[in-house]
Design a protein. Structure first.
Lengths: 317, 365, 522
């Protein structure tokens, strides 16, 4: 039975499921490194997912849909940045407002554009990049099946996420951008006294995180599902924040932590498919990622240290 | 004497000042809402007229508004109490689900017992299970510092899947629809017009009265008890509280559990007073709207009543709006979000209030 | 004659309700050390923040080498060759020394930081000015004196010709102060100019070429150390004769109130901060715990007041075991605590005066019965305390945040002493207060003693220790290393023991200082 569960597509599915969480988690990393809590990632992801479908519907091109998703996430991020940086609103409250706004906007626009609540029409998806034929027989065939599924089987945003994790990790610790970002979230006044603009730095970080949230949404609709359903992000933005904490506020760590949640998700789907064999109600599998999130937070928080100035508005002088 | 005299106008000004921001925020939010409607090709005036008619147009409509305000008072109080203690109970929705679950279960189990007794038992039980559902996040917050925004949210999802399982499985009533059995009349809340015959018949139920009384009780607890004092102290400054002999972790746990209990009651009264059974979608996001209610009320329990009635009216009027002006109800969510922004970012309203008012207030304060 | 390197002309700066700088003028020549002397709140830091571009003056002019300049941001100040070391370091603790020094002016190639060049540059300037540091050390792990050195290097890396040091000795051990003075002199030898902000007279006398004295936002005098003495400077700074010693009667030691036996306490990082402390305080005496900041005083006080766990040892209050007591039990056992940081631990700034007055007693009569607060009793007691302790406030309903620092501290005293405790634990009770408030606090502490109460005082100020204490315990590296009776020891002797002097059993301690110092020179 274990062989039925631990198949190559389970692991491939884990990577796919991890992708939106990872993108949002890296977004959370970048935003929190700059000192701004972004619990609005859930809403940015939702809005991005919806706008990706809208964009694809109207342009016919999922790639343009992706770009529109990116911009939509950035637009909501701009609102969050304005509220929390310029107006110095409580960042968690502002994030909550954006999450509700995203629910309202997507629901409202859905009825305006698609003339019905619930789910949109299907749109063309982004398809897997590689399509290699390989051996199918023997040990080599088995190995190839695994490699093909786990390494070559993905759609574009899955690879983009991996690249962002690697490049982001390197950039955070080796570039001017990374050094300044780390300084902003730890001691914004120190950055200010050496001539780094706290406001500009935080704005750009939050907007980048919004772009990543939008991209995460595009992955959900344009690669995973093929259409948009109201509220479809289902707490992934919050799980992403837990992944960011578990990954100790680093892009690579966030990605790896997201794989854990992605695996829980993939396992959940797999077990549902096998429900004739595994006689446990599906709801318990659906709970898995959320239970896992609580366990991870309970176990890790005491030891992981957030950027010192995170959540605190910066006031000059 | 002179001192006492000076105090009086100060208090009036202070209350006006407290009211100014919420009122202006709601107004601006509705203006922005109408801009969105215009852009989307709707007529905002007829939309708001329909909305008002649906919310306050007559006795039945006012009853409907009270009905919708009831769960929002509970969840608004829940979020407000948490905020006062420095906690953001974003997972009120989950505690509400658990409260609803306990009512649906007990409503069947207690069938045949006297109604008043049932009501008391079910309310106490619902509050208790709501508190229990907040207990683990509270403990994690107090002991390891796990942020309650993430943990209560996760518990929310867990509660929803739990309910989803129970209504499709163990607690499912006969028939196709995944829902529990209908509660017998002795385990439900009476309608208000059944108790007060002079009222126009409506769907409003005893839960509304309960919610209002509870709001007053919460206000009193916060202001006049050591428990409320400790909650507020920890919310403002945990270090000074600790120095003053207040256990920060115990206070945190108590506050989040109280918050959970209040949210749980929203679920109890929805099941006992409105749906008379439990199903997947029995809450229209009351836990989240509670956040908007609490913020609009600036975490004042009495203000929560007013804010909840406003949101209740928006929701009751939303149906009429969709029917008559054909504007999607979801626009209400957008207005809600805008209100949260505007209340939270006080400067916007203060700026609109203008310099003169601000000056006057500052001189007085 | 060349124009002064920096000239401040008639600078005025107001904050809401406060005139922080009132037409202040000041000049600084190349190669000069100017001490800017004044009490807390005299406007010294404000003036220098204006020069450094952190604040913008309402009016007035700043000239650099005779040219009028408008400094609107630190960036511009840096470009003009002005560097500033703030009282609270502007260092990003989790970053390395090199990262901190180059931050904002990183050597890069296409956005990628050239860490090799950065490290070489840091080594180069650290060699040139004789300021040894390890470029790869993480700032958080460095001792305070070394962090300050990083701050100075930061300014030098940016080509500073003028260095503003804001209260640089506040956080240093006497050993580190001596090192800092040597550094300052060598910098001046290299052609730099230094503005040295301080309120400590001895420092002015030993390091400055010229002294500018500020009081209430104005420059009230200018002199050279050679032309004056400490008393003269004090008179200028405070505006009247200063009594350095408080008059007090001999103490009468009654019952033992507080008794500590071999107490060990860990700090946040789980390192032993208090390493076996034993002493007692009896009724009617003031025992001062004197030491340089960071030698375990904070942890010890937190342990006594129930805010921190004791890892071993016992503590008795009036014979009752309070070793494991939480803050609430210590309060009920008769302990009052004036905490070191009144904004963080002493007051709930968003609470009004009434709510602050009952903090700690809020579950006890007359303030509460069965957990319900008694508003009229609270109002009455608060009004009485405001009167008794001379808290200047428009009413008891205003938030504590609206009071001045001195009145806030009086409010804390009103609460803690109003409780009529058997033991008062006062940690740096006069920190940041003006002279008037200091005198008030001192007289309250002595009157508690005279009423037969026990007082445990923690202070970094030798003057305060000398004038209030009946017995002085010197704490160094978590141990009580010496005890003196009142008047038995000179300031010099106290300072000697406070910095690890004396006692062979302490041989390890001073060595640690050398190790951390030597390590960084490697």
């Amino acid at each position: 039975m274990l062989a039925d569960i631990l198949t190559p597509d389970l692991f491939a599915s884990a990577v796919r499921m991890a992708t939106p969480i990872a993108l949002a988690a890296i977004g959370g990393t970048i935003s929190e490194r700059s000192g701004i809590v972004n619990i609005a990632l859930e809403g940015m992801m939702l809005f991005g997912a919806f706008m990706a479908v809208v964009g694809t519907t109207f342009t016919g091109s999922p790639w343009l849909g992706l770009v529109i998703a990116l911009l939509s996430g950035m637009a909501l991020a701009l609102v969050h940045a304005f509220a929390s940086i310029t107006l110095r609103t409580d960042q968690v409250v502002s994030g909550t407002a954006i999450n509700i706004l995203a629910l309202g906007l997507t629901g409202f626009l859905m009825e305006v554009i698609f003339m019905r609540p619930g789910t949109t029409d299907p749109v063309p998806r982004l398809t897997p990049i590689f399509d290699f034929a390989g051996p199918t027989d023997g040990v080599i065939g088995t190995m190839w099946t695994w490699i093909n599924a786990i390494v070559f089987g993905y759609t574009p945003i899955v690879y983009i996420a991996i690249i962002i994790a690697i490049v982001g990790q390197w950039a955070l610790f080796n570039t001017r951008w990374g050094l300044r970002l780390r300084a902003l979230g730890e001691h914004p006044r120190a950055a200010d006294t050496v001539g780094i603009s706290v406001i500009r730095g935080r704005y750009s970080a939050v907007i980048v995180s919004g772009a990543l949230g939008g991209l995460a949404g595009a992955n959900l609709t344009l690669e995973q599902v093929g259409s948009f359903t109201e509220g479809m992000t289902n707490g992934r933005g919050f799980i992403a924040l837990a992944a960011n904490i578990f990954g100790r506020w680093t892009p690579a760590g966030s990605y790896l932590a997201s794989l854990l949640f992605g695996f829980a998700d993939a396992l959940q789907i797999k077990l549902q498919l096998l429900r004739d064999v595994v006689r446990i109600p599906s709801q318990f599998f659906l709970m898995l990622p959320y239970v896992l999130t609580v366990i991870v937070l309970a176990g890790v928080v005491g030891r992981a240290v957030a950027p010192a100035a995170v959540g605190k508005p910066y006031e000059k002088g | 004497m002179a001192e006492a005299k000076r105090e009086h106008p100060n208090r009036v000004v202070a209350i006006l000042r407290e009211l100014a921001v919420p009122v202006i925020s709601v107004a601006i939010a509705m203006v922005i809402g109408s801009i969105i409607m215009i852009v989307a090709g709707f007529d905002p005036i007829s939309a708001y007229v329909a909305m008002f008619k649906g919310g306050f147009g007559g006795g039945r409509q006012i009853g409907e508004t009270m009905l919708r305000a009831t769960p929002l008072i509970f969840t608004g109080l829940a979020v407000a109490y948490g905020f006062r203690a420095g906690l953001f109970n974003i997972g009120a929705e989950g505690q509400l689900f658990m409260g609803g679950l306990s009512a649906a279960f007990l409503g069947i189990a207690l069938a045949g017992l006297p109604r008043p007794l049932n009501i008391v038992i079910m309310i106490v039980a619902g509050a208790a299970i709501g508190a229990a559902w907040a207990f683990i996040p509270a403990l994690l917050k107090a002991k390891v510092g796990a942020h309650e925004v993430i943990t209560t949210m996760m518990f929310s999802y867990i509660a929803r899947y739990l309910v989803s399982w129970l209504v499709t499985g163990p607690l499912k009533a006969e028939g196709q629809i995944p829902q529990t059995e209908r509660l017998p009349v002795e385990t439900t809340l009476p309608k208000l017009h059944e108790i007060f015959p002079f009222l126009v018949p409506s769907r409003a139920h005893l839960g509304f009265v309960l919610a209002v009384l509870l709001a007053i009780a919460v206000w009193w607890v916060l202001k006049y008890t050591a428990l409320g004092y400790e909650s507020r102290a920890v919310g403002f400054n945990p270090w000074a509280s600790e120095t003053g002999g207040i256990s920060v972790s115990a206070t945190t746990v108590k506050a989040l559990c109280i918050s959970g209990a209040l949210a749980g009651l929203a679920g109890v009264t929805e099941v006992m007073g409105v749906h008379l059974r439990l199903f997947d979608q029995f809450s229209a996001g009351f836990g989240f709207t509670g956040i908007a209610v609490a913020l609009l009320a600036k975490n004042n329990p009495i203000g929560v009543i007013a804010a909840a009635i406003l949101f209740g009216a928006l929701s009751a009027g939303g149906g009429t709006m969709q029917l008559e002006a054909e504007v999607p109800q979801k626009v209400i969510l957008i207005i809600q979000a805008l209100i949260i922004f505007l209340v939270a970012a006080e400067q916007i309203s203060r700026w609109i209030l203008g310099r003169t008012v601000r000056r006057g207030v500052e001189d007085a304060g | 004659m060349a124009p002064p390197l920096i000239e401040v002309r008639e600078v005025t700066k107001t904050f809401p309700g406060v005139l922080a700088n009132d037409r202040v003028s000041l000049s600084l020549d190349a190669g000069e050390i100017v001490a800017l002397l004044g009490e807390n709140g005299a406007g010294k830091s404000t003036l220098m923040n204006v020069v450094y571009g952190l604040l913008t003056a309402d009016s007035g002019e700043i000239r650099v080498e005779g040219e009028p300049v408008h400094i609107r941001s630190p960036r511009q100040a840096i470009d003009l060759g002005i560097g500033m070391v703030h009282q609270h370091f502007m260092l990003v603790e989790p970053l390395t020394v090199t990262e901190n020094i180059v931050l904002g002016t990183e050597p890069t190639r296409g956005g990628v930081i050239d860490f090799r060049k950065a490290r070489d540059d840091v080594r180069e300037i650290s060699r040139r000015y004789g300021l040894a540091v390890d470029p790869d050390a993480v700032v958080r792990d460095l001792p305070v004196g070394m962090q300050q050195r990083v701050e100075i290097l930061k300014a030098l890396y940016r080509g500073a010709r003028v260095l503003i040091l804001d209260e640089p000795t506040a956080v240093l051990t006497p050993q580190e102060v001596r090192e800092l003075f040597a550094v300052v002199r060598s910098l001046v030898g290299e052609g730099l100019s230094v503005v040295f902000i301080t309120h400590k007279l001895e420092e002015v006398m030993s390091v400055a070429d010229r002294v500018v004295v500020m009081r209430d936002g104005r420059v009230v005098g200018e002199t050279r150390p050679a032309d004056t003495d400490m008393a003269g400077l004090a008179r200028m700074m405070v505006g009247r004769e200063v009594v350095f010693r408080v008059e007090k009667t001999p103490s009468t030691c009654g019952d033992t109130i507080l008794e500590l036996d071999d107490v060990h306490v860990l700090d946040e990082r789980h390192l032993e901060a208090v390493k076996g402390v034993s002493f007692s305080v009896c009724a009617g005496e003031v025992v001062a715990l004197a030491g340089v900041s960071g030698n375990g005083q904070t942890e010890l006080i937190e342990a006594i007041t129930g805010l921190r766990k004791v890892s071993s040892g016992t503590m008795l209050l009036k014979g009752e075991d309070i070793t494991k007591a939480a803050a609430r039990q210590t309060i009920e056992a008769g302990l009052s605590h004036v905490p070191e940081d009144r904004h963080r631990r002493g007051l709930v700034l968003d609470f009004d005066l009434m709510e602050n007055t009952i903090l700690g007693d809020h579950r006890l009569a007359p303030f509460a019965k069965y957990g319900v607060l008694n508003s009229s009793a609270i109002t009455e007691v608060t009004r009485q305390r405001i009167k008794d302790y001379d808290v200047r406030t428009p009413s008891e309903r205003v938030k504590a945040a609206t009071l001045s620092g001195g009145n806030q501290q009086k409010l804390v005293l009103a609460r803690e002493l109003g409780r009529d405790p058997d033991l008062l634990v006062a940690a740096q009770p006069t920190r940041g207060l003006d002279v008037g408030a200091i005198e008030f606090v001192h007289s309250q502490i002595l009157s508690e003693r005279d009423r037969g109460k026990a007082v445990l005082l923690v202070s970094l100020e030798l003057e305060e220790v000398q004038s209030l204490a009946d017995r002085i315990l010197i704490i160094f590296e978590g141990r009580i290393v010496k005890e003196f009776a009142a008047g038995e020891a000179s300031d010099e002797e106290l300072g000697y023991y406070m910095t690890g002097g004396g006692g062979d059993k302490l041989a390890a301690a001073p060595q640690e200082v050398v190790v951390s110092d030597g390590g960084s020179q490697a």
